[in-house]
Write a new protein. Structure first.
Length: 254
């Protein structure tokens, strides 16, 4: 059985509500953790660990202000950011960090894409280097074309992970982005050797999945059963009513 997660902000009351709803973990984005002062993070970490013991995964590795590729990418700044950001993840006990970060990965149209991809490989390897030293694995996430112009399909992202070739850089499969890019769930067995984490949402409006929407998620769960996937599957959605949606989302896993 998969581990059930729900993405939420660095708000301890929302973190608590994810636990109360019956999920296995709350996925707080790294960018939210990095918005906290050192004092605020110390308080948050203490309260988080009182609720959960330790974290499991974190989305949102980079903010747009720390470009992973492009003309403003700066290796020294990237390494400095990674050390602090992944240090905070380590404090919480997180095992997986999602490298989606569309704003950081988006490359200007007039910038050479081959150079951008070389930079992105360096950034992924550097993230893997820092992560490995802290017992963390980076998972690369495909993002639909409307959000980013690099690594738009799971097929492309799988090939990228193979090129990076780092033991602490693996693959995330995102149901929403796969559907948006016209990719079938039958692709997952092909990439199962690298998949370490997953996200999903209602595949049209990116809302929280629930039993009353028109989508049948049984196909997704059947494929996950087929490949023996027991990692994390986090609901990552545009949440309007947190209290209601966190309770409704858990029912989809039944």
């Amino acid at each position: 059985m998969v581990k059930r997660g729900f993405c939420c902000p660095a708000d301890i009351e929302k973190v608590r509500k994810v636990k109360e709803a019956g999920y296995d973990y709350a996925e707080v984005a790294v960018v939210f953790l990095m918005e906290l002062s050192d004092e605020e993070f110390e308080v948050f970490a203490k309260e988080f660990k009182e609720i959960w013991g330790s974290a499991y995964s974190h989305a949102g590795l980079f903010p747009a202000s720390v470009p992973a590729a492009g003309p403003n990418m700066n290796k020294e700044k990237t390494t400095e950011y990674l050390e602090k950001a992944l240090g905070r993840v380590h404090t919480l006990g997180g095992k997986y960090v999602v490298f989606g970060s569309g704003g950081a990965r988006k490359v200007p149209e007039d910038f050479p894409m081959d150079k951008a991809m070389e930079q992105l490989v360096w950034t992924a390897r550097e993230a893997g280097r820092v992560a490995e030293s802290k017992g963390i694995t980076i998972v690369m996430e495909e993002l639909r074309k409307e959000e980013c112009n690099t690594l738009n399909s799971i097929t492309e992202t799988y090939a990228f992970v193979k090129k990076v070739n780092h033991p602490a850089v693996k693959l995330l499969a995102d149901y929403y982005h796969m559907v948006q890019e016209g990719e079938d769930m039958d692709l997952l067995p092909k990439f199962a050797d690298e998949i370490r984490h997953m996200h999903f949402a209602e595949p049209v409006n990116r809302t929280t999945p629930n039993l009353n929407d028109e989508f049948d998620y049984k196909t997704l769960f059947a494929v996950l059963d087929e490949i023996g996937y027991t990692g994390g599957l986090s609901i990552e959605a545009r949440v309007q009513d947190f209290d209601t949606e966190v309770k409704e989302g858990i029912k989809v896993f039944a």
